[in-house]
Ligand binder design. Structure first.
Ligand code: BEZ
Length: 236
């Protein structure tokens, strides 16, 4: 169907993060090159001066040190302009309290994207939801600049930032230990042996690995202590 709009393929898990240069509240960035060697979460919000987005920014900014400790930078984006971003972030700091969090300063860069150039590259404009605002998209990008997880939320639904932190730690643990993580996994829970999609008989996989428990050939797990996971994934 002709829509008169440029059609762009949406990035997928495993793709290189699309490149762009942008103006942000912390100066210009060249993405993802400026973040090479680091994990980075690129996320979009629909609009400045809106309540759900405000609650999200207060929450994310309050957790910035925690993400930093896990070696992950945060970069926000909306299709608003720089002066709107600056005024909104100042208002948040001076006036808004959410769940006991107040006086919150947003120190990570917030991209201005009035042209929607970046939002379109990342599939953040989803016309069935809204033609002029970005949905709540979250891209986890690894130190090599590869997209590792994508999560989209609609305009009406504020994100769960504990879940975003859990995803980051699980991705890093999967890389570090060559494992996969089962439903609702948290550090200290048993992990699934072998990366997702790997195969091999239980016997092969059990040889020399006494800590592995197999309930059937396709369902083997092992223990990794919480401290071992955290030691490996934090400050890296
Ligand atoms: C909000 O963040 O509150 C919001 C933004 C756009 C549409 C609906 C809600």
């Amino acid at each position: 169907m002709e829509t008169g709009q440029e059609v762009q393929a949406m990035p997928r898990i495993g793709d290189p993060a699309p490149e762009f240069k942008a103006v942000t509240t912390q100066g210009e960035i060249t993405f993802p090159a400026d973040y090479s060697g680091k994990w980075v979460i690129l996320f979009s919000h629909p609009a400045d001066f809106t309540p759900v987005c405000t609650s999200e920014f207060i929450t994310f900014a309050s957790m910035e040190d925690k993400f930093e400790e896990a070696g992950c930078k945060l970069v926000g984006l909306s299709v608003d302009g720089l002066y709107s971003h600056i005024a909104w972030l100042r208002t948040i700091k001076e006036k808004i309290e959410y769940r006991g969090m107040k006086d919150v300063e947003v120190n990570f860069p917030l991209i201005e994207d009035i042209t929607m150039n970046v939002a379109r590259k990342y599939g953040m404009i989803q016309p069935g939801e809204d033609t002029t605002k970005a949905v709540r998209a979250v891209f986890f990008i690894d130190p090599k600049g590869t997209i590792r997880t994508i999560i989209y939320y609609p305009l009406s639904l504020g994100r769960n930032f504990d879940e975003l932190y859990r995803v980051l730690i699980a991705l890093k643990a999967a890389d570090e230990f060559g494992i996969a993580t089962p439903a609702d996994w948290r550090p200290g829970d048993d992990v699934i042996v072998g990366p997702a999609g790997s195969c091999g008989s239980a016997k092969d996989r059990m040889d020399g690995k006494e800590d592995m428990q197999c309930q059937d050939w396709f369902f083997c797990s092992r223990k990794i202590a919480k401290e071992t996971v955290l030691d490996a994934v934090l400050k890296k």
